[in-house]
Design a protein around this ligand. Structure first.
Ligand code: GLA
Length: 391
C-alpha cells in the first residue's frame, strides 16, 4: 500500500505516513454486475441473491463481463452486544459468508451495502462509528464490493465520512471496490477520486425516459444524461462517475428506450449494474444487457467518459474516444418522431478529409466507409450506436 501525505488532512485527521489516498488498484474499467435495489427494494433474501447469481451465469451475463452480485439495503437488522452487524436471520438463514461463498463458487464476486450515517435509507443500522468493525466483517465474509449510502448523516462531512470507510477497507486487507452513494450532493467528482472507485452523481434513477415526476424530480434517463455532460474530465481508470444503476428490463420504458439508456450509459463509461429481475428477463432485455460490442465501448481500457459534441433540437451526437483511436458515437433522438442525425468528423476530433469505417453496434453490421460525416435515420427516443474507425 502506497504511503503518502493525505490530501484531506484537515478533514480526515490523516497525518503524514498514514494511508490516505485510494490506492486499491480496483475498477480499472467501470464495474459491472447486478444489484437488488431497483427491482426488489427491501425484498431481498438468500434465495433471491443465489438465483440472481445463477441467472448471471446461465443468461450469459457473466460471460459478457458482469461480475458483482450486490445485495443492497435491508439485509441487516441490528447489532449484537459486541456491536457486530447482524444479517436478517429469516431472510439469510445460512448467513452472509455462505452466500458469499456460493457467489464465488459461480465465478462471480460479492457486493454488500451500508451507509455512512447512523442508519441506512431504510433505517437499518448504518456504519457511523463502526466503520473499522464493519469493514473487518465484510472482509471476513469475502465481500469484494461495498456500496456506501448517505442517509441519516446529520451534520457529518461527506468527504471525511467516506474517507473513514476508505481507510477501514484498506485496513481490512481485502481488495474491496468502494462505491460512494452520496447522490452528487457535495459534488463528489471534485473530491472522491482519492476516496472511492465510483461515486453517484445524481438522485435515484426512475424507470422513465423523461422522468419529470409530479414533484418535479429530474431523474429519468434524459435528465440524468444532461447532468453528466461536463463531468467527463473527472472519470478514469479506478475512479468513475456513477449515473446510477440500470433500469433496463424493469418495464417503464420501451425496448428502443432501454437500448438508448444502455448505449448512453456505455458511452459515458458508467458502471453497469443491472437492476432488473435477471431470472425471468425477456430475450430482448437479455440481448440489450449482453451486447458485447456496446459493452466494449463501456469497458474500453482508455477509460474516457464520452460527452455531447452536438445538439440541435431533439437531435444530439455523443462521442467517446477509444483506446485504438476510434470513436464510439451515439446519434440520439430525444424526441418522438424519426430524425435524420449527422455526425461530422470535425466534431469528434477528426479532420474532414479522413476516411473511416462505420459500424453499427446494435445491428452488428459494417455500414459504410465515410469521409467527413455520417448520417442515419434514428427512431423517436432511439440511438444509432456507431463505431467510427479511421482507415
Ligand atoms: C438510496 C440509494 C439507492 C438505494 C436505496 C436503499 O436511495 O440511492 O440506490 O441504495 O438508498 O435504501
Amino acid at each position: 500500500m502506497k504511503r503518502e501525505i493525505c490530501v484531506f488532512a484537515v478533514l480526515t485527521l490523516c497525518v503524514p505516513a498514514t494511508v490516505c489516498a485510494l490506492d486499491n488498484g480496483l475498477a480499472r474499467t467501470p464495474p459491472m454486475g447486478w444489484n437488488s435495489w431497483n427491482k426488489f427494494q427491501c425484498n431481498v433474501s438468500e434465495s433471491l441473491i443465489k438465483e440472481a447469481a445463477n441467472a448471471m451465469v446461465h443468461t450469459g451475463m457473466r460471460d459478457a463481463g458482469y461480475q458483482y452480485v450486490v445485495i443492497d439495503d435491508c439485509w441487516q437488522v441490528n447489532r449484537d452486544a459486541n456491536g457486530n452487524i447482524v444479517a436478517d436471520p429469516q431472510r439469510f438463514p445460512a448467513g452472509i459468508k455462505a452466500l458469499s461463498d456460493y457467489i464465488h463458487s459461480q465465478g462471480l464476486k460479492f457486493g454488500i451495502y451500508s451507509d455512512a450515517g447512523t442508519g441506512t435509507c431504510e433505517n437499518r443500522p448504518g456504519s457511523r462509528g463502526y466503520e473499522f468493525q464493519d469493514a473487518r466483517q465484510y472482509a471476513a465474509w469475502g465481500a469484494d464490493y461495498l456500496k456506501y449510502d448517505w442517509c441519516n448523516h446529520s451534520t457529518q462531512d461527506a468527504a471525511a465520512s467516506y474517507s473513514i470507510m476508505r481507510d477501514a477497507l484498506a485496513k481490512s486487507g481485502r481488495p474491496i471496490v468502494f462505491s460512494l452513494c452520496e447522490w452528487g450532493v457535495t459534488k463528489p467528482w471534485l473530491w472522491a477520486k482519492d476516496v472511492g472507485n465510483l461515486w453517484r452523481t445524481t438522485q435515484d434513477i426512475f424507470d422513465k425516459w423523461d422522468g419529470k415526476t409530479p414533484s418535479g424530480d429530474p431523474v429519468g434517463v434524459l435528465q440524468i444524461l444532461d447532468s453528466q455532460d461536463g463531468l467527463e474530465s473527472y472519470a478514469g481508470p479506478g475512479h468513475w462517475n456513477d449515473p446510477d444503476m440500470l433500469e433496463v428490463g424493469n418495464g417503464g420504458m420501451t425496448a428502443t428506450e432501454y437500448r438508448s439508456h444502455f448505449s448512453l450509459w456505455c458511452l459515458m463509461a458508467a458502471p453497469l449494474m443491472a437492476g432488473n429481475d435477471i431470472r425471468s428477463m425477456s430475450d430482448e432485455t437479455r440481448d440489450i444487457l449482453t451486447n458485447k460490442e456496446v459493452i466494449a465501448v463501456d469497458q474500453d481500457p482508455l477509460g474516457k467518459q464520452g460527452h455531447r459534441v452536438k445538439r440541435a433540437g431533439d437531435s444530439e451526437v455523443w462521442a467517446k474516444e477509444m483506446s485504438d483511436g476510434s470513436r464510439a458515437v451515439a446519434l440520439l433522438n430525444r424526441g418522438g418522431m424519426e430524425e435524420r442525425i449527422t455526425v461530422e468528423w470535425t466534431g469528434i476530433g477528426y479532420p474532414a478529409h479522413l476516411r473511416a469505417a462505420v459500424r453499427d453496434l446494435w445491428e452488428h453490421k459494417n455500414l459504410d466507409h465515410a469521409k467527413g460525416s455520417f448520417s442515419a435515420s434514428v427512431p423517436g427516443h432511439g440511438v444509432a450506436m456507431l463505431l467510427i474507425r479511421p482507415e
